[in-house]
Design a protein around this ligand. Sequence first.
Ligand SMILES: [Zn+2]
Length: 309
Amino acid sequence: MYKIGIDLGGTNIAVGIVNENCQIIAKDSTPTKADRPYDEIVNDICLVVKRVLDNNGISLDEVSSIGFGSPGILDNEKGTVTDNSNIHWENYPIKEKIQKQINKPVYMGNDANVAAWAEYLGGAGRGSKNMIMLTLGTGIGGGIIIEGKLITGSHNIGAEIGHSLLVADGEQCGCGNKGCIEAYCSATALIKFAKRNLKDNPDSSLAKKEHINAKTVIDAAKAGDRYASEIFDDYTTNLARFLGSLINFLDPDIIVLGGGVANAGEFLLEPLRKKTPAYTVFPQLTNTNIVKAALGNDAGIIGAALLGE
Ligand SMILES: [Zn+2]
């Protein structure tokens, strides 16, 4: 049997057919055009699901379930998108709307949680027992799996790991609070710190760049640029502090890092593995594996599909 995964973003609706080995065998997409009425978006979702099946000669009888992932707060039990500011949805009964057009069990989850679920079942966390995933992108998304269960909390708003406090009265965070880990360790934060004192460091290779993104900063640090190296060293120290807290809190056997910054690979992981034990209570017992996510952008589709597991 196959499962369908739907990854609804602010820009694109991506749909994939996932096989029993947690692999995407075919995918298709269409623009979200987020400002239109939601019934139109749902019609397009169902259209793409049917189209990808048709184009690959797979009938609905061979599909066991449909999974739906999107940013925001999703209530799998009620079948509603409680809140999604990207596409202006509030208490929208997505499960019922999809089932009206495609009569299959529908499961749903927040995109960050869904990505973690994908890594747990079919990616870097495969075979682990307790896993935490952090997505180091525009913000910091999180997912927590304990003993095979995706933890989303009492109101489906748990696992917002990015808004854990790192520094009292620290950097302003997008959530309105100050000092969240997201304001220190998202890709956005890395860029912010790199730009902040750049004019006082005219000898840095970054000073000559017209556009600075996370990769620019990381590449400059890799090349030995002193200023970029200091920024990245602070970055990994802050992240290691936080990973230490996560280990003290949940004792995971693996922490999976995704998102743009994680593309730095070992250049990020190696300092984290070295620094993190200093922030744990039982460093002699801390052998949490810190690894890079394996599924990239496909995690959204795969994780959504596997919500039916
Ligand atoms: Zn915050």
